[in-house]
Design a protein around this ligand. Structure first.
Ligand SMILES: Cc1cc2nc3c(=O)[nH]c(=O)nc-3n(C[C@H](O)[C@H](O)[C@H](O)COP(=O)(O)O)c2cc1C
Length: 366
């Protein structure tokens, strides 16, 4: 019923300013207006990672529920996990509005939100009120725009959320905080991860749980820089890599006017590029580091491609804006059909099975 309600509401939502439409969606979710899945996921879709069982590989990407307002609703809709954030230590407003733009004909979005965040304390309080053990919730942490030492902000995020987050994502790939992506340079990344892993050891020594650390990369990393970056991530023993964030690239867009807006591009035009980079990371890490595939997943075919290219988990955001919540059950059904047809008993058997072919593709211009 709510799927149908969304189909009815979508043209109206798409007539509103995108940020107003988003706020309205969050309010609807807070009010309990969302489709719940009673159906259990097909057991073939389940995957074990980091000592956790994900009932299916689909998660909601960071940026949708930045302040942990609707975690329970998203899990009840059938996502196996959701990623809160990006959260900054101190609350901050982000960039001036308008700062989200729809590219309807491209099935894409450009955003330059710039880490609008309620801040650590408020997001922590919301997550701490949740019942323990009810679903997998990761927290994506970032740095305040005016941070004197950005690495300290990430360490503060790890310390703050270790107790309430199933995993931590280190977001060094947002294009909307000037200079942030410099943290992906191997020497800076190494120093940052050194501090984070040390902080985690201290937490573990103090009796706190040891949480997986995931690093979220930009799809725009120059191909020549990728090996050095993956080498640092492997040497520092990160638990996962998310590929990836939004892109600054812009070629081939139908909507030239909105396409000219500054910010990060997400959605369908990002799919090919982000999938090739995902496969290259899989090859460079020799399949030893679990990957989260993100970017332009809006069909079963796209989801299957990400898994075959090397993703163990998937996250989506923009596809949901255009397809509505019914997309999730379609993705699950199509992935289940694929596994049966391809003769994979479990999702894990399909992970990376075509990584070499994907990695060898030329990087398409976005
Ligand atoms: C409006 C908007 C806000 C976002 N905010 C964040 C964020 O705060 N942190 C982050 O790591 N990624 C953020 N993202 C990026 C998404 O998590 C995801 O990596 C990207 O949109 C590509 O996936 P998609 O094509 O399925 O949307 C945001 C994306 C959008 C569209």
């Amino acid at each position: 019923m709510f799927g149908a309600l969304f189909d009815f509401a979508r043209p109206l939502l798409h007539r509103l300013d995108p940020e107003q439409a988003h706020e309205l969606t969050l309010k609807a979710l807070e009010a309990g207006l969302y489709p719940r899945t009673a159906r259990r996921d097909d057991p073939r879709l389940a995957i074990e990672l980091w000592g956790m069982r994900f009932a299916n590989p689909f998660g909601l990407a960071a940026g949708f529920d930045k302040d942990a307002r609707v975690v329970a609703a998203l899990l009840a809709m059938g996502f196996a996990f959701t990623e809160v954030g990006t959260v900054t230590p101190r609350p901050q407003a982000g960039n001036p509005r308008p700062r989200i733009f729809r590219l309807l004909n491209d099935r894409a979005i450009i955003n330059r939100l710039g880490f609008n965040s309620a801040g650590h304390a408020q997001v922590y309080a919301r997550l701490a009120r949740r019942a323990a053990g009810s679903g997998i919730v990761g927290v994506n942490v970032g740095a305040n725009r005016d941070a004197a030492d950005r690495a300290s902000d990430y360490v503060a995020g790890l310390r703050c959320f270790s107790e309430v987050a199933a995993y931590l994502t280190i977001n060094v790939s947002s294009p909307n905080t000037p200079g942030l992506r410099d943290l992906q340079a191997p020497s800076q990344l190494d120093a940052l991860l050194g501090r984070l892993t040390q902080a985690r050891e201290e937490l573990v020594a103090a009796g706190k749980p040891r949480r997986p650390i995931i690093v979220k990369l930009a799809p725009d990393i120059a191909p020549a820089d990728l090996p050095g970056i993956v080498e640092v991530l492997a040497a520092r023993g990160v638990d996962g890599i998310a590929v990836g964030n939004t892109t600054l690239q812009r070629t081939g867009l139908a909507d030239a006017r909105s396409g000219a807006e500054q910010g990060g591009l997400s959605g369908r035009p990002l799919f090919m590029h982000s999938t090739v980079v995902l496969a290259r990371v899989h090859q460079l890490a020799r399949g030893t580091i679990p990957l989260i595939g993100i970017g332009g997943i809006d069909s079963g075919t796209a989801a299957v491609a990400k898994i075959e290219a090397g993703a163990s988990l998937l996250q989506l955001y923009t596809g949901l804006v255009y397809e509505g919540p019914a997309l999730l059950s379609r993705l699950k059904a199509e992935l289940t059909t694929y596994l049966a047809r391809a003769g994979h008993a479990r999702l894990a058997d399909a992970v990376g099975c075509r990584a070499a072919a994907w990695a060898a593709k030329p990087l398409p211009a976005v």
